[in-house]
Design a protein around this ligand. Structure first.
Ligand code: CP3
Length: 344
């Protein structure tokens, strides 16, 4: 029998001498071959919905760096798009959607079980990838967490402080709760279909979890993630799940136990030794190198890779950045990170 993939071993709780590595936003604008394929597709959303080209850009960083995992090329905002929220991207600015400010906006959204036809190209991308990926590479599917996706749907765009979502939560709690509930159910449907299509691991991105405090963190970051994981584990026993409550700070402690996640991804605002002492005690952690090193490189990058590897060497660890790689990163620095890690 072929040896089990390193990603799956780490997710099962094994401490490996050399941890598996992949990188958030590993298919992206820092790669010239990504920019070429994106130009061929026309725009970012057309690329997401073109199964052949989405599979191609997913494979590009695997060819270059032989990462241990490939992450499906798609976006967390495809769920709102599938629910009918009119998504588009403005070059240089980011996503735009129709806003949700009142009950009538919510009433126009589709039901959670009605998203699959719209999202069928994504499932096809996964099927292509399972045929084309190297045998040792693990395929990760993903979705945004309900709170993070809701912040974009309520404001109609990205916001620095998620102000409109916090305001709706304060002013119309029943509507806010209904939206979180719809997104929780849609996310279960979507991730379940990704697993059926061949995703071997799924990751839940809660990029704005850090702006939820106290009871709000419990109710809107922890609880929806717990519900999604419980439903997925029931439908797909044994499927490993990574949760990423970005900038959760002290709330990282106990997050895996409370939600049932197999691995918690740690952002780079957190000290690696602290995370090893307080989070890795519960199981696998992923992270947490600052993406800026992919821009600056050099000796600082090399010593940082070694420091993070050492900090997490006492338990299961997946090496990654603390957030996505940025478009101004140098592809040579990514190679330096991978080689430094694997050379020990
Ligand atoms: O990690 C990967 O390589 C997989 C693909 C992936 C993308 N977005 C592709 C993408 C994943 C996992 C995401 C997640 C995502 N998308 C998040 C959560 C993670 C995070 O970064 O916090 C969020 C908040 C989004 C929403 C989103 N998508 C925004 C705000 C933007 C615009 C900002 C930007 O970077 O341009 C996107 C666009 C986007 N998603 C790009 C890519 C490669 C750039 C699009 C382009 O080619 O112009």
């Amino acid at each position: 029998m072929a040896e089990q993939k390193t990603m799956l071993r780490a997710l099962a709780g094994e401490t490996l001498d050399v941890p598996p590595i992949w990188m958030m936003r590993q298919a992206g604008r820092y790669l010239p071959e990504y920019r070429a394929t994106r130009a061929e597709a026309g725009d970012f959303l057309s690329l997401c919905y073109n199964s052949e080209l989405a599979a191609e850009v997913t494979l590009q960083p695997i060819r270059r760096y032989d990462f241990d995992a490939a992450i499906l090329f798609a976006d967390i905002l495809l769920i709102p798009d599938a629910l009918g929220a009119d998504l588009w991207f403005v070059t240089g600015e980011g996503p735009r959607l129709s806003t949700i400010t009142g009950d009538s906006d919510f009433g126009k959204l589709k039901h959670a079980s009605d998203i699959h036809e719209h999202l069928s190209p994504i499932y096809e991308t996964i099927r292509i990838l399972r045929r084309e990926l190297p045998a040792h590479t693990t395929l990760i599917g993903f979705a945004g967490a309900p709170w993070t996706v809701a912040t974009y749907m309520i404001a109609g765009k990205g916001t620095p402080d998620q102000g409109p979502a916090h305001a709706l939560k304060a002013e119309n709690r029943p509507l806010f709760n209904a939206l979180i509930g719809r997104l929780t159910n849609a996310t279960i449907e979507y991730l379940s279909a990704q697993i059926d299509a061949g995703a071997e691991v799924v990751k839940i991105f809660d990029s704005w979890a850090g702006s939820l405090k106290g009871d709000d963190f419990r109710d809107y970051a922890l609880e929806p993630t717990r519900q999604i994981i419980a439903a997925l584990k029931e439908r797909h026993p044994g499927i490993p799940i990574i949760a990423f409550p970005r900038e959760a700070g002290d709330h990282y402690i106990g997050f895996a136990k409370a939600t049932g996640a197999d691995c918690v991804a740690i952002d780079n605002s957190v000290d690696s030794d602290w995370a090893a002492a307080h989070v890795q005690t519960d199981g696998c952690v992923q992270g947490n190198m600052a993406p800026g090193h992919m821009v600056t490189g050099g000796d600082a990058l090399v010593s940082e890779v070694r420091r993070i590897r050492k900090a997490f060497s006492g338990g299961p660890h997946i090496f990654n950045l603390g957030h996505g790689i940025t478009p101004d990163a140098d592809p040579e620095n990514v190679a330096l990170m991978v080689n430094t890690l694997r050379e020990g």
